[in-house]
Design a protein around this ligand. Structure first.
Ligand SMILES: [Zn+2]
Length: 240
């Protein structure tokens, strides 16, 4: 083969390898159950009919509404808090903890951290500032972490693993597929939950999250009628 011929063969091969690598990294960045470093949990293997409800992007003005539903049903849940939101409404953070719920870390300002722009110091700062606000709210248990949009790649899992923090994702994500449709969110959740499931909901934004708020009491009633007991993420992890 001539030199030119070898180049003509090699170039597409290199491009194909680079594309395959990028595709692989993208898949890992989105994976709910795998990351390169540290522990990641998307559900717990158990025979017990237990389920953990988790709410992202807490707290906002809509927090009280969600707390009322949970209180009426006597259901503990886990709120993944944005540090900045907690800083702006510390009263809501204290109310969440006072009602017996768990607070988790969802970064300080909800930026994705895929290693494209953030330094190790930036990652540490996002985690530290949010952990500090969670402690100020009165939560004293182990703090788990949920990445914004479920995205993580290298630096973030490395830092989480260094500090022994568990990444918690989910195995049931109704509003990803049925945003805005309360009946469909309810149906999808009831179909998807199995013993040890972690359900992700977004009940805190205004109009876009109304369906999640509407579906919540019905999801609770139906799962309970189906024999499920509600636990926090911390309680669920202790079943392992
Ligand atoms: Zn989020």
């Amino acid at each position: 083969m001539t030199r030119r011929g070898r180049v003509l063969v090699a170039v597409p091969l290199v491009i194909a390898c680079v594309l395959a690598l990028l595709y692989g990294l993208l898949a890992v960045s989105k994976s709910r159950s795998f990351q390169f470093f540290g522990e990641i949990v998307n559900r717990v293997e158990t025979d017990q009919r237990v389920v953990a409800l988790t709410f992202d992007d807490a707290p906002t003005e809509r927090t009280a509404e969600v707390l009322d539903v949970l209180a009426a049903a006597r259901v503990p849940a886990t709120f993944y808090a944005i540090g900045r939101n907690l800083e702006e409404r510390p009263d809501l953070g204290r109310r969440i903890v006072g009602a017996g719920h768990e607070l988790g870390n969802h970064t300080y300002d909800h930026r994705r951290m895929l290693g494209t722009h953030e330094t190790p110091g930036y990652v540490r700062d996002q985690l530290d500032r949010t952990d500090a606000r969670i402690r100020e709210a009165g939560y004293s248990g182990a703090i788990t972490f949920r990445p914004p949009n479920g995205k993580k790649l290298l630096g973030l899992p490395w830092e989480l693993s260094r500090r022994g923090t568990t990444t918690v994702t989910w195995d049931v994500e109704p509003d990803t597929f049925h945003a805005g449709d309360a009946a469909a969110i309810e149906r999808y959740t009831l179909d998807g939950v199995r013993p040890g499931s972690i359900v992700l909901l977004h009940p805190f934004c205004e109009e876009g999250c109304r369906a999640d708020r509407e579906a919540l009491p019905r999801i609770v009633d139906r799962l309970r009628a189906d024999g499920y007991r509600f636990v926090t993420v911390g309680d669920l992890l202790r079943l392992r």
